[in-house]
Ligand binder design. Structure first.
Ligand code: HAM
Length: 431
């Protein structure tokens, strides 16, 4: 028996229908804010992620599916997130030449984490990235976008946490303070934090080790060392959130697990999903484009975890929509089966969803299948109908009389029965 890869899930009906519904909603939501879709490859050169996300991060150190292409020796990796590839594409195709860009994507990401509820090795993100605009309005709008989506989905119990990570020189100063501070307590650090002490002390603040929390709690806060411009930017973002009626909690310990951020960072968290409560996260990354070789330009964005948002949606009453099948078409004998095949195609061309019965059997057994299919109507095309070039329409889930109509009329009659409307000329199509 072959099994799928641990932590990589099949998404089966009816849950897959909830995914479709969510995806459709995401497209209209992104469009409402002027964001356009971008699709980048699932595989990128490994150095892209190392440089963008940072060498001393959990993702790059422990979680990346990186491999050497056996055919040509290239170093490649399955994308652990979408921002790096998006920035690579923006630089490579010089998209900023045409002015600021608002882009979004949807797709699978890969991280070799320990699988548990809400944490998978293949998971999906919807990501939104805005390139070329430094204004606090952009940061606030990205947060508003999240809030709008939660509202559209009817999600409750989502809290916004926000922080500012300052600009590079402020971070450098803070870094020195952190090294100073943690060096004083080096004996109390765990092995991982000790290793990070000189290379990336900010990451120590991200440690999940409970024993370190009191020490982390007392560590110097970047928020206390922001310069005037950064502080003003952050205050402007907060003021816009207040204006928009979006509650937030400033969390000076929020540092994010990827190195590219500066200034605003934020996370939407819920207590409803247990340990994996962060459903959406992002922030500003003004230095990344230049760092990856592009002309310097500001940027900001976020990504939501689709599995987590859908899990939350389900706890808030989100349900897969019922399968919408209009017609189940029954037939008897080779001749009528050929006619049924043609009729089904004609109906599909007019927009009806049609399943043609397969597998033979009596009309009675076929009707059982029709009933189980969830179709609104059974259409029967047996010997008598074949001889008179007609088809019998039997409502299964709607009120109405069974009736027999000519093949050429089937579509119009079905439409009339389904939408209950009089035809515009007021005549009965089967009279
Ligand atoms: P991230 O915080 O690493 O940020 O991931 C964003 C979201 O993806 C998380 O909040 C979570 O909902 C979901 N997620 C992450 N890992 C897993 C996993 N193993 N299983 C299930 N869901 C997961 C980023 O990826 C940044 N690229 C976000 C961003 C975009 N920042 C700026 N632009």
């Amino acid at each position: 028996m072959l099994h799928g890869v641990r932590g990589m899930n099949d998404i089966l009906p009816p849950e897959s229908l909830l995914w479709n519904e969510f995806e459709a909603l995401v497209h209209s939501w992104a469009n409402a804010y002027g964001y356009r879709p971008i699709r980048t490859p699932i595989v990128e050169p490994t150095p892209l992620f190392c440089r963008a996300i940072g060498e001393v991060t959990d993702i790059v150190e422990k979680e990346m599916y990186a491999f050497e292409d056996a055919l040509n020796g290239e170093h490649l990796a399955l994308r652990p997130e979408g921002t790096a590839g998006c920035v690579r594409a923006v630089i490579e195709h010089n998209l900023l030449h045409a002015g600021p860009q608002r882009l979004y994507y949807w797709g699978p990401m890969f991280r070799h984490e320990r699988p548990q509820k809400g944490r998978y090795r293949q998971f999906h993100q919807v990501g939104v990235e805005c390139f070329g605009l430094p204004d606090p309005e952009v940061d606030a709008e990205l947060i508003l976008m999240g809030a709008r989506l939660w509202e559209d989905l009817g999600l409750t119990d989502l809290r916004l946490e926000i922080n500012s990570l300052g600009d590079p020189h402020e971070r450098a100063k803070h870094r020195a303070l952190l090294i100073d501070y943690f060096t004083r307590y080096e004996a109390d650090l765990d092995e991982e934090s000790r290793r990070r002490l000189s290379r990336n002390p900010l990451r120590i603040l991200d440690s999940k080790n409970p024993a370190l929390q009191p020490l982390i709690e007392e560590a110097p806060r970047l928020l206390d060392h922001l310069g005037e411009a950064t502080r003003a930017h952050f205050d402007a973002v907060l003021a816009l959130l207040t204006d928009a009626g979006i509650p937030y909690r400033v969390n000076p310990r929020l540092v994010r697990g990827l190195d590219y951020y500066n200034r605003t960072v934020f996370e939407w968290v819920t207590p409803k999903l247990g340990a994996q409560g962060t459903v959406c996260a992002g922030g500003r990354y003004d230095g990344l484009i230049a760092q990856l070789g592009g002309r310097p330009a500001p940027a900001a964005g976020f990504a939501l975890g689709v599995e987590r948002v859908l899990a939350l949606w389900q706890t808030c009453g989100g349900e897969p929509p019922a399968v919408e099948l209009d017609v189940y078409l029954l037939h008897l004998g080779a001749e009528s089966s050929r006619a049924a095949f043609r009729l089904a195609e004609a109906l599909r061309a007019s927009g009806f969803s049609v399943v043609v019965h397969a597998g033979g059997g009596s009309l009675k057994s076929q009707m059982k299948r029709a009933d189980g299919s969830g179709a609104q109507y059974a259409l029967i095309l047996a010997e008598e109908e074949l001889a008179t070039q007609t088809v019998t329409i039997k409502p299964l889930r709607r009120k109405g009389e069974q009736r027999r109509v000519a093949w050429s009329e089937a579509e119009a009659v079905l439409a009339q029965m389904q939408f209950g409307s009089e035809r515009s000329d007021g005549t009965d199509p089967v009279a």
